[in-house]
Write a protein that binds this ligand. Structure first.
Ligand code: HEC
Length: 141
């Protein structure tokens, strides 16, 4: 026999640790599932929000922007933009593109209908109301 552990001690630490962390996993999984419906804003999922998400996906907004911190870093985070600017600014902005000076970053013109724009801002409103513990920070620039 060598070392400070006997085989029985090592086995007990192994089983004890396995049981402990498995119970921790179960408890945290239970807690997440209990908390999520209060935070994910799913109560406000409307057909307009769902239609807006499809526009978000098919126009690949995430190829340039982040939403709730996920996506590309070419253009501003849009998870907070609804809170900061509101729906009318966002719709007008999208319709007036491209406005960047030549040689500067530009956003494409998507030729969206009024209904598509309403759906898109409904999706951004919904996203802005998800409780992410204020992540990402609502900082401009
Ligand atoms: C090819 C890249 C690209 C794509 C795709 C793109 N954008 Fe943009 N967007 C930009 C850039 C660049 C800016 C910032 C331009 C500037 O600061 O002058 C911007 C700015 C914006 C702003 C204004 C943000 C603010 O803080 O005022 C909104 C709103 C916006 N985009 C929404 C969208 C939506 C919705 C989509 C998908 C339908 C989209 N964008 C797709 C590049 C893109």
């Amino acid at each position: 026999m060598s070392g400070i552990f006997t085989k029985a001690m090592a086995r007990n630490i192994f089983y004890g640790g396995t049981v402990f962390f498995f119970l921790l996993l179960v408890a945290l999984t239970f807690d997440t599932n209990k908390t999520l419906p209060k935070r994910d804003n799913s109560a406000n999922l409307t057909p307009a929000v769902i239609a807006g998400k499809k526009i978000w996906e098919t126009r690949n907004c995430i190829g340039c922007h982040t939403l709730l911190g996920e996506g590309a870093y070419y253009a501003p985070e849009l998870g907070n933009v609804y809170k900061r600017r509101g729906p009318e600014f966002i719709k007008a902005w999208i319709q007036s593109q491209p406005t960047g000076a030549p040689g500067r970053r530009q956003m494409p013109q998507f030729h969206l209908t009024d209904e598509e724009l309403d759906n898109l801002v409904a999706f951004l409103k919904y996203s802005s109301e998800i409780n992410t513990a204020n992540w990402p920070p609502n900082i401009e620039g």
